[in-house]
Design a protein around this ligand. Structure first.
Ligand code: ADP
Length: 520
């Protein structure tokens, strides 16, 4: 089958996928559906991986450490040219946000399936990102938008921001390079340590100060932008269930946004993208505080791990759209065409032990039998019998469910987790099961401190789960319809003055269906 992009302004017939694991396989699947020939690469540790077997061509690129394989940008560009590829898809991680790699790809006359190197440069550093968006009416977390290294200056700024505060590495990522400071006496040493940690971890010792937002929710907006200045936002993802400031469970839409806030955040995200001349798929991350005020955190200039939940609720294939934009085609959708369809939840299945502080676990995948059935998607980079290498991120697979509403999605995730047969290393599967049964999660009343507040490792996982109060699997009503039904039921129940006082408080957007039902 010829490539569907054969006649695009910048035709793509063949792509090199510069990644591994589930994301390499996920990109490969869409490329094949589009008739684009695929070249994948693998380190010695990944010889058995499905992204190697299912590609049209696969090439070994070196020993297991990523610096000797997946991070060898020049080598990968040379291979793409030799193989007569027109494009390189970097996935996420590895080379995906390295502006120098994007520049080298451009220089070699290849297309990078992602944004231009200039947007990467601006957004790849949290300080330059903050500077770039100033003037675009984007709320920032109170703090500095320049690097701080002088302890006296830091002390002055800290007094203005107040405590607790965070010292963050400008070049930080993956939840690394953050340090909480709770009082002025800790500041001097914390600054010193943060600078040396940032230098060691990221090769850049720039740090800045930011107010520590108490009990925030992590809400991010998915964007798409083409070469012609068209931009759309594909609504939000909520990623507040985190360990070590890294996401474990994501969902779309968020249980705490109403239409007005969703639009305000979506439009703010578009302004962030405009501030850096963005093109392709990208994500703008925000923190939302207890008073529903949102603050810009950073922009990720690539496809995100959690993109499938957005695909589920919008019915779009983000990788396909990335290829189309790269090939110079205009976006096929406008903001007014977009609707949220149902609810989607993703669990990251990582080879790490929730009984032991989520530390990485290794070994052979002895049994790996994922669930199937309606509304279940599994994006995996592994198969039964494979060894999990020590050299990479512990993400094995992502379990994604889609259902008509949030409670039905939770019920579906529980069903899928019950079907999942996995043995070998410890994973986050048990943890996922536990979360789906927590009242705070079910009711949508949680923030980034969820794990610290409720999770007690083995003690939590080994305590029998409470019986699920009301099964609402398959409930076809949207949240607003559920509230309307609840209101009608209440009108009948309280044919008195009482209903007039109860109803306005019940229909606040913070009330979930579950809470309303309990009140009825
Ligand atoms: P990274 O680039 O390392 O992922 P982010 O700035 O995106 O770092 O933040 C990751 C997570 O760290 C957030 O989702 C949130 O949980 C926490 N975090 C970051 N900044 C703040 C802040 N100012 N206040 C409270 N929590 C924060």
């Amino acid at each position: 089958m010829p490539s569907v992009l054969a006649n695009a302004p910048k035709p793509i017939h063949k792509v090199l996928i510069a990644n591994r694991g589930e994301i390499a396989y996920r990109i490969l699947r869409t490329a094949r559906e589009m008739g684009i020939e695929t070249v994948t690469v693998y380190s010695e540790a990944d010889r058995q991986a499905p992204h190697v077997r299912h590609a049209d061509w696969a090439f070994p690129i070196g020993p297991p450490p990523s610096t000797a394989s997946y991070l060898r940008g020049e080598h990968l560009i040379r291979l793409a040219l030799e193989q007569q590829c027109q494009a390189i898809h970097p996935g996420y991680g590895f080379l995906s946000e390295i502006a120098a790699f994007a520049k080298a790809v451009e220089k070699a006359g290849l297309l990078l399936v992602g944004p231009g190197s200039r947007s990467m440069e601006t957004m790849g550093n949290k300080v330059t990102a903050k500077q770039a968006v100033s003037g675009y009416n984007i709320p920032l977390v109170p703090g500095t938008n320049h690097p701080v290294s002088d302890p006296n200056q830091a002390a002055e700024i800290a007094q203005e921001i107040g405590f607790p505060l965070l010292i963050k590495a400008a070049a930080g990522g993956g939840g690394k390079g953050m340090r909480i400071v709770t009082k002025i006496e800790e500041l001097h040493e914390a600054l010193h340590l943060a600078i040396s940690e940032a230098t060691n971890a990221f090769g850049d010792g720039s740090v800045f100060l930011e107010k520590y937002i108490a009990t925030p929710r992590h809400i991010e907006i998915q964007l798409l932008a083409d070469d012609f200045g068209n931009m759309v936002y594909l609504f939000e993802r909520e990623c507040s269930i985190q360990r070590r400031h890294q996401k474990l469970i994501e969902e779309a839409p968020s249980s705490c946004l109403d239409t007005t806030l969703r639009r305000a955040m979506g439009e703010a995200a578009i302004r962030v993208a405009q501030a850096c001349g963005y093109r392709n798929a990208g994500t703008v991350e925000f923190l939302l505080d207890n008073d529903n005020r949102f603050y810009f955190l950073e922009m990720n200039t690539r496809l995100q791990v959690e993109h499938p939940v957005t695909e589920c609720i919008t019915g779009l294939d983000l990788v396909r759209l990335q290829f189309e934009i790269t090939a110079g085609l205009p976006l096929p959708i406008q903001q007014e065409d977009l609707r949220i369809n149902g609810h989607s939840i993703e669990l990251r299945i990582c080879a790490e032990d929730p009984r032991n502080q989520f530390l990485p676990d290794l070994g052979k995948l002895i049994r790996f039998h994922p669930p199937q059935g309606p509304g279940v998607r599994l994006d995996s980079g592994y198969e039964e019998g494979m060894d999990i290498p020590v050299h990479y991120d512990p993400l094995l697979a992502k379990l994604i469910v889609h259902a008509p509403n949030r409670l039905a999605a939770i019920a579906r995730m529980k069903r899928a987790l019950d079907e999942f047969e996995l043995s070998g290393p410890a994973t986050t599967l048990d943890f996922g099961r536990w979360v789906m049964n927590q009242p705070a999660f079910v009711e949508g009343q949680f923030d980034t401190g969820f794990i610290a507040k409720y999770f007690r490792g083995a003690e939590s996982l080994d305590t029998p789960l409470p019986p699920w109060e009301s099964s609402v699997e398959g409930d076809p009503l949207s949240p607003s319809e559920q509230i309307a039904v609840a209101a009608i039921v209440l009108q009948h129940r309280y044919q008195s003055q009482e209903s007039n006082t109860i109803l306005p408080t019940l229909t606040k957007s913070s009330d979930t269906w579950h809470q309303l039902w309990k009140k009825i």
